[in-house]
Design a binder for this molecule. Sequence first.
Ligand SMILES: [Fe+2]
Length: 308
Amino acid sequence: MGQIIGAAIVSHHPGLMQCEDFRKMQGAGEDSSLIEGYARLRKKIASVKPDVVVVFDSHWFTTGFHLVDGGKAFRGTYISDEMPWYLHGVPYDYRGDPELALEMEAVSREHGGYVRAELNPDLGKQYATINLIKQLHLELSDIPVVAVSSCQNCDWHHFLESGASIGEAIRRSNRRAVLLASGALSHKFNSIDWKPNHPRIFHETNVSRPENVESDKGAIALMQQGRHDLILERWDADYRRKPWEAFGAHYLQMLGALGGKECRAVGEPMSEYENARGTGNIHIWFETQRHLRADQPAASNEFTLAQA
Ligand SMILES: [Fe+2]
């Protein structure tokens, strides 16, 4: 019997793939807290020893199906067509899990859903997956990775349903899986000629709009309380109308796999909340095996998120 032994929202923003000197210069002398956050996530992942990592990739847009990259092994050199002047020459060499990908499709078909496995070895890669593989050392620890797309002609409930089928497939397998929702919360870019409000580029006052910061922090606070049900309750009227990366496909599919509105997995921030080109980024780890009861306090941690 398989199980989901941990989950996280993880930032993949390309500035984190710049060299340390450049990042520190951009950070007014101090690196992005997301870099240290990757180290914390590595420890969390190592502590639960997964058989597989499922990445909900908010850059892999598909039309018509939620696709699962079901290749057996992947090797190549990644270059981003978005910012090739610095994100290029990234070697990758990692294993996939075709059996699990096919099980995801099989469960979805049983449910009348739209998850399909794609086994073509030539399928391109996205940095929402590759950056996490590099930063979280997944290839070094030889953990297979299964990437899941963000279908762009979906309503938000379709993402929950896709995630539910994926979660059921994991439970039917013998895999102990970690889920990574790779993406930002609010995702509105600053203009090309924008001037920073704060000398530390990562500072939250550089996020595109104050109302996006407020909305992101509201969602983060609910995640820290394990109240994903309230996030879903507010999704249609509020979060769906905010510019979440990939319409929230990464978070919603992860949440669907964790039980949707029944999920009470408590979120523990692994970094500060930071700007990247106007988008709102944070790493949050979710304890999927310790659910909060009504009489328990929410998890405390070293990151105090200022009230928006
Ligand atoms: Fe992104």
